[in-house]
Design a protein around this ligand. Sequence first.
Ligand code: TRP
Length: 331
Amino acid sequence: MNQDKKTVFSGVQPSGNLTIGNYLGAIKNFSRFSDEYKTFYCVVDLHAITVRQVPAELRRRTYETLALYMACGLDEKKNTLFVQSHVPGHAELGWILDCYTMFGELSRMTQFKDKSQKHSENINAGLFTYPALMAADMLLYQTDLVPVGIDQKQHLELARDVAMRFNQIYGDTFTVPEGYISPDTMKIMSLAEPTAKMSKSDPNQNAVVYILDSKDDIMRKFKKAVTDSEAEVRYSEDKPGVSNLMTIYRAFTGKSFEDIEAEFAGKGYGDFKLAVGEACADGLAPVREEFARLIADKAHLEAVMKAGAEEASYYARRTMSKVRRKIGFVN
Ligand code: TRP
């Protein structure tokens, strides 16, 4: 049962459309672990309801997120793909870890502060304890490695602290997970405001490129991308717009920054933006095609999530029986 393999876990919320930031910063990397690790990739619907969701949309996006995982190269035979609410251990361990996570720790989470500002009419307890549920996701599978975007680094560190605290009290119970943050694509910035992160909920539609955008949309957005008043394709901190486009171009073409600077020496930003748009659209085309094929076959997606939940439950139950025993719950 792959006992010797180390474990990878990551999750994506079925809320909103995923951006090339989510893709390059996280999902694109997931498949590289499939051979060497036991991998769990989860559609985290329990997390999604910390902000109000329209039920039919949540359901649709749950299927879509699973299909997107698969379209991004995750083979269901080599990876455990499943939906969080299908494995009761997440909610159960989430509650338990709530009791080992401090109010002060949760109060310091920048995502909580941001989200409670954005959803000031609905600052619910789940929004606050979200990081403890996220810790439960990872600890439930004795996860070694967690590929995530850099925005999740603080949550990951909290999960490590909670795991160590629990282990301190009860003796070795959980593996303490490490983050894997892809160094090349740590942060993809907004095309309209390149000093801010590209965010899937940005109201400015030109700021964000979605994984499933059409080629026309992608080209239009890159053409409108904010650059600067020079006309030099050069990577530099004081050129955030151009540097962001270079990061995206590098991620899709594999070219180095030096290659890119040489390629566009003496050319204007117009040519450069077109090239970035083309590279991005071409890179995403297979994902979009595969997604269209997968989303049309709901029965297959349901079979994948069912098999994934069964597999995940096996591992979750093992951890939960250990946790219950350590805490002192009657068996
Ligand atoms: N909070 C993560 C995000 O919004 C999603 C997530 C939930 C996750 N549980 C996780 C990521 C566990 C990694 C591991 O992106």
